[in-house]
Design a binder for this molecule. Sequence first.
Ligand SMILES: [Zn+2]
Ligand SMILES: [Zn+2]
Length: 245
Amino acid sequence: MTDQQPNKPKLEIRVIPTTPLQQNTSLIWSIESKEGVFVDPGGDIDKLMGAAEEFGVKIVGVWLTHGHMDHAGAAKAVKDRTGCEIIGPHKDDQWLLDMVEESGKRFGITDGQNVTPDRYLDDGDELELDGVKFGVAHCPGHTPGHVVIYNSPAHLAFVGDVLFRGSVGRTDFPRGNQQQLVDSITGKLWPLGTDMRFIPGHGPMSTFGQERQDNPFVADAVTGYGGAATQEANKIDQKLAKRYS
Ligand SMILES: [Zn+2]
Ligand SMILES: [Zn+2]
């Protein structure tokens, strides 16, 4: 990326747990312009807007990884308060975005609202925040319209409920598919690089390299990813993963 100075970070990030499910909402903002977005504002609108205010951030967008209520529940509330655009997920998750209110009740979440994004995302699309570009990968399996949003120069991905530290997303919901999920992870995420750090929808951060080492669902030893060259690559992965631990 030519428009970024390598030694001067342009963006700042805070992770704010929301909803009783402790979903990791991310607040990303430009240090220069103070414009920011929420990735997966699941609920607790006052807490989210309070954080934006605390850091002096003007919210200009909501980016959604998928349609589950713990990720999308407060998207409409953020838009109503700020007038910002809601972008994502893939259109194949609209059926879930239409069920946010109904499904929230089952988890004791009463502040979720159904939502229709201003724009759906597709594989290969690009998002932008104050000149910093983010890539989009369509990663079905947990839900049919799940997307992962990533920034390659910063080695950072927002993976929603596709991948977790030591685990993967549930596929026992309607329209979930375990093989499709594993294919999304090995086919779309692993090529982004072993040193890619990720913020999952729940729980701690990790790196793709770490998960390729020891994640019981998608480690190279389990999936066969990388074939014969894998053993050698894994040694390098381990070093890269440690850098961020
Ligand atoms: Zn989910
Ligand atoms: Zn979730």
